[in-house]
Ligand binder design. Structure first.
Ligand code: IMP
Ligand code: MG
Length: 193
């Protein structure tokens, strides 16, 4: 084994506490499929991809390049109020859109839908602003903890089990967003620094 590959093995990319669920190639293949669907469905429409910061930034970057249409992007950041560790569904807008969405066709781009509380509230807020249509693209769907069962995900990357996952934009206390794959954290306590 070369010194170079040993060095790579010593990084977070091969941390034994991660169980890789979907690798780079599987993720790219899936995103190309979603991009092709969106390309087919939004021809001739004014499409805006609204990315919910920070987790969806990597999904947005890949998804937008897989859509063969004119489009614009915008960003929102929200903080969800938690009651202990559970989401309460109250959201505060930390960063709002730069441009109005009135009359536009919006796809909200999320990293993962868990309880769905944050996103349902966000969709209500966006809905009150007169968009021509609003759909939801979520890279991951974790259906088991869903409270807002009526929430419909129009474009889903992968359905994941009710475990804590990191990588491809998703974090644990702000870290691991740069992992090029999606992994289950086997032992969450081990991650605490
Ligand atoms: P909820 O749908 O309101 O419960 O909140 C979903 C948000 O919680 C997501 O946008 C993520 O920021 C975060 N989240 C939920 N599950 C995970 C996970 O497994 N890993 C990392 N972040 C997660
Ligand atoms: Mg998020």
């Amino acid at each position: 084994m070369s010194a170079e590959s040993k060095q790579i093995e010593a990084t977070e990319f091969t941390n034994p506490n991660f169980e890789v669920l979907y690798n780079r190639e599987q993720i790219q293949t899936r995103i190309q499929e979603i991009g092709a669907r969106i390309t087919g469905e939004y021809g001739g429409k004014e499409l805006v991809l609204v990315s919910v910061l920070k987790g969806s930034c990597i999904f947005l970057a890949d998804l937008m390049r897989s859509i063969d249409l004119n489009l614009t992007i915008d960003f929102m950041a929200v903080s969800s109020y938690k009651d202990g560790t559970k989401s309460t569904g109250d959201v505060e807008i930390l960063k709002d859109l730069s441009n109005p969405i009135r009359g536009k066709h919006v796809i909200v781009v999320e990293d993962i839908v868990d309880t769905g509380l944050t996103l349902s509230r966000l969709l209500e807020i966006l809905d009150s602003r007169g968009a021509a249509s609003i759909k939801l693209a979520s890279f991951l769907d974790k259906p088991e903890p869903r409270i807002k069962t009526e929430l419909k995900i129009d474009y889903t990357g992968f359905v994941v089990p009710n475990k804590f996952v990191v990588g491809y934009g998703l974090d644990a206390a702000g870290r691991y967003r740069n992992l090029p794959f999606i992994a289950i954290v086997k032992n969450l306590a081990e991650l605490v620094v």
